[in-house]
Write a protein that binds this ligand. Structure first.
Ligand code: CO8
Length: 261
């Protein structure tokens, strides 16, 4: 498929990269970009050779500086609500892809950009990264999931401060708060992302998929039911040929040859 506002490309075997590509507008998410992200996520979901997805923004200045503010000027409240709901659906599709999705944040990561990054499984930030939910400066509030994902990630008090004051958080603080998993130099960002993706590629693909599902589905359950769910998924995982291969390889002191079966 061809896209105008994003790039979706294979970087190496099993690892693909989705780049939001509107650097002149700091990769702001206009409606057509969001439609393309939706289509790209669907393409990734049906492409079985993709085992890990990296998400980043083009240029050196921004990951994504938010939803496209110019488009909001003409929106009616109902259109805004539908736009919010549709984008929340898109980000949920990204979040629930069966493969790991890693955000590489290389600069401004604001509003809808921060919400996009938080929909990924983890974030690697460059030293230049700046995170924030500055919507209140515009007289609006986050609308792409920020009021829900940010408190789950950094805790309610820090999220409140960011969302109610528009306070921006630099890379090191984002790391301290658990918003970013790693911080590195800007020039190392892609390599760090690839390293992270490669370390997933070396593991049992079905186990990775099922573990992601268990973590995600368990988040919204009480502990007892979440642990019961884990046992169920664990049982399915134990039925795979990959489990036989992984355990045998350990005992035979060799590298496993997983077949995703
Ligand atoms: N939307 C549209 N254009 C943008 C955006 C944006 N979010 N951010 C930057 N741009 C454009 C600028 O207008 C400028 O364009 P031009 O060159 O044509 O004037 C270009 O990108 C470069 O930006 P700046 O000149 O402003 O660059 P600076 O380095 O001076 O500043 C900042 C960088 C600080 C990031 C600044 O651009 C800024 O504050 N941007 C807006 C950040 C923001 O408020 N983001 C939140 C947006 S709202 C949101 O995401 C809500 C999501 C829920 C919406 C629900 C929908 C109904």
């Amino acid at each position: 498929m061809s896209y105008e506002n994003i790039l979706l490309e294979k970087v190496e075997d099993g690892i693909w990269l989705l780049t939001v590509n509107r650097p002149r507008a700091l990769n702001a998410l206009n409606v057509s970009t969001l439609d393309e992200i939706r289509a790209a996520v669907a393409e990734v979901a049906r492409t079985s050779e993709i085992r890990a997805l990296l998400v980043t923004g083009a240029g050196e200045k921004a990951f994504v500086a938010g939803a496209d503010i110019t488009e909001m000027q003409e929106m009616t409240p109902l259109e805004a609500r539908d736009h919010s709901a549709r984008t929340i659906g898109t980000f949920r599709c990204l979040e629930t892809l069966q493969i790991p999705v890693i955000a590489l944040v290389n600069g401004f990561c604001l509003g809808g950009g921060c919400e996009l990054a938080m929909s990924c499984d983890w974030i690697i930030a460059s030293e230049r990264a700046v995170f924030g939910q500055p919507e209140v400066n515009l007289g609006i509030m986050p609308g792409f999931g920020g009021t829900q994902r940010l408190p789950r990630l950094v805790g309610p008090n820090r999220a409140m401060e960011m969302i109610l004051t528009g306070r921006q958080v630099k890379a090191q603080e984002a790391l301290d708060w658990g918003l970013a998993n790693h911080v590195c130099g800007a020039e190392e960002l892609m390599e760090k992302g690839l390293e992270s993706a490669r370390s997933v590629m070396a593991r049992g693909p079905l186990a990775v998929r099922m573990a992601k599902q268990a973590v995600q589905r368990g988040q919204d359950m009480d502990l007892e039911n979440a642990c019961l769910l884990e046992s169920e998924i664990f049982g399915v995982c134990f039925s795979t040929e990959d489990r036989v291969e992984g355990v045998s390889a350990f005992v035979e002191k060799r590298k496993p040859d997983f077949k995703a079966k």
